[in-house]
Write a protein that binds this ligand. Structure first.
Ligand code: SF4
Length: 360
């Protein structure tokens, strides 16, 4: 690849960045803790959605020490609604590691940063370049897209060979004199100009030399070798209320929504509104063995789309006679008024918001 073409790409990109600066609270931030916080929040999240979370975390935990000292449930509650909860767990675990094992000092080398829990090569490069001015190129979905289109690279981005080729090209293109601004420029360019759908090619300063534009391949790039399979899951929640208490479960299994709370869950191979499917379950027996439990209402279906799974949930509101004794078994019997203190998956929050007036 000609040197002049790479130089053209870099120069045009930096000129575009000078004109199209997006003022965001973490831009130009040098404190590694805050750079890290913003990068973790922005993984898989749109800027508009992540912004209030960044502000909330920065206010509640201004230092890594304060984050390390926070109870895990509190951190999860603050993260509620942002999804990909392993990010919050890893963030918290890494903060504790920094506070307890590194004497409160954020690592200042790429390798040191990369060793923090939940920090992959992309986040490590972002922190290393933004906070410490180290020459590491970021490679994320934006970078794959921009490079594959401009340079006409058709190697699938989800293969080992593709990842290597794009990482090498990204590193060659990086401006070593200003790695932080260069990384920010290519990320912003991918997020606002060279977007996945309907990119702004006609107003793009790179279009006169862009391979995909010239060869009418913009929509076809980048190339992926596999199509992600989506798994469908059917959740039937038993909303059991009795004498001012509600039953909750903390999800501790290695599955989606780890460490979030939910109502007692019956997962079935298909979506059901038949009482018999629920009444004949082991969960029902465990909760109401021999008791006159009544199903008052079955909610409408609620859907939540995750990256590789689609969740369809319904909520079965169940009551017991006033004199009955509720067998909470392995579940937590919590005061209904305290439901708001627990962190739930979005699908449960949506149900609670709708049901709140009549239910709790
Ligand atoms: S011309 Fe279009 S495809 Fe090419 S870099 Fe610009 S926005 Fe992306």
């Amino acid at each position: 690849m000609q040197k002049t073409r790479k130089k053209y790409f870099r120069d045009q990109l930096m000129a575009w960045f000078a004109q199209n600066h997006r003022p965001l609270p973490w831009k130009g931030e040098k404190a590694p803790y805050l750079v890290w916080l913003s990068e973790v929040i922005l993984q898989q999240t749109r800027v508009e959605q992540g912004l209030p979370y960044f502000e909330r975390f920065r206010q509640r935990y201004p230092t890594v020490q304060q984050l390390a000292e926070a109870p895990e449930d509190e951190v999860m509650k603050l993260w509620e609604g942002l999804g990909y909860y392993s990010r919050a767990r890893n963030l918290h675990a890494a903060a504790r590691h920094i506070a307890r094992k590194l004497g409160g000092r954020f690592p200042d080398t790429y390798e040191g940063i990369r060793q923090l829990k939940g920090v992959g090569s992309y986040t490590a490069a972002a922190i290393a370049s933004f906070a410490f001015g180290l020459p590491y190129a970021v490679v994320d979905g934006n970078v794959f897209r921009v490079l594959s289109r401009f340079f006409g690279m058709e190697t699938p981005i989800d293969t080992t060979a593709g990842k290597k080729a794009f990482a090498e090209l990204a590193q060659e293109l990086l401006d070593p004199a200003q790695p932080g601004p260069y990384n920010q420029a290519i990320m912003d360019f991918g997020a606002t100009q060279c977007t996945p759908k309907s990119p702004g090619c006609s107003s793009c300063p790179l279009h006169s030399d862009c391979t995909a534009y010239r060869e009418k391949k913009v929509e076809a790039l980048p190339v992926k070798s596999k199509k992600a399979q989506k798994r469908e899951r059917f959740f039937h929640y038993l909303v059991v209320r009795h004498q001012g208490k509600a039953l909750l479960n903390k999800r501790t299994e290695k599955d989606i929504w780890q460490n979030l709370y939910e109502f007692p869950l019956l997962e079935l191979p298909r979506f059901s509104r038949h009482e018999a499917d629920v009444r004949n379950s082991e969960l029902w027996r465990q909760l109401f063995d021999g008791q006159e439990a009544v199903i008052h209402r079955i909610s409408r279906p609620y859907q939540q789309q995750l990256t590789h799974q689609k969740i369809l949930a319904s909520f079965w509101e169940v009551g017991l006679p006033a004199e009955a004794v509720l067998n909470s078994g392995p579940f937590l019997a919590i005061d209904q008024k305290k439901l708001g203190e627990f962190a739930f998956p979005r699908v449960i929050n949506r149900y609670l918001n709708e049901a709140q007036l009549t239910l709790f």
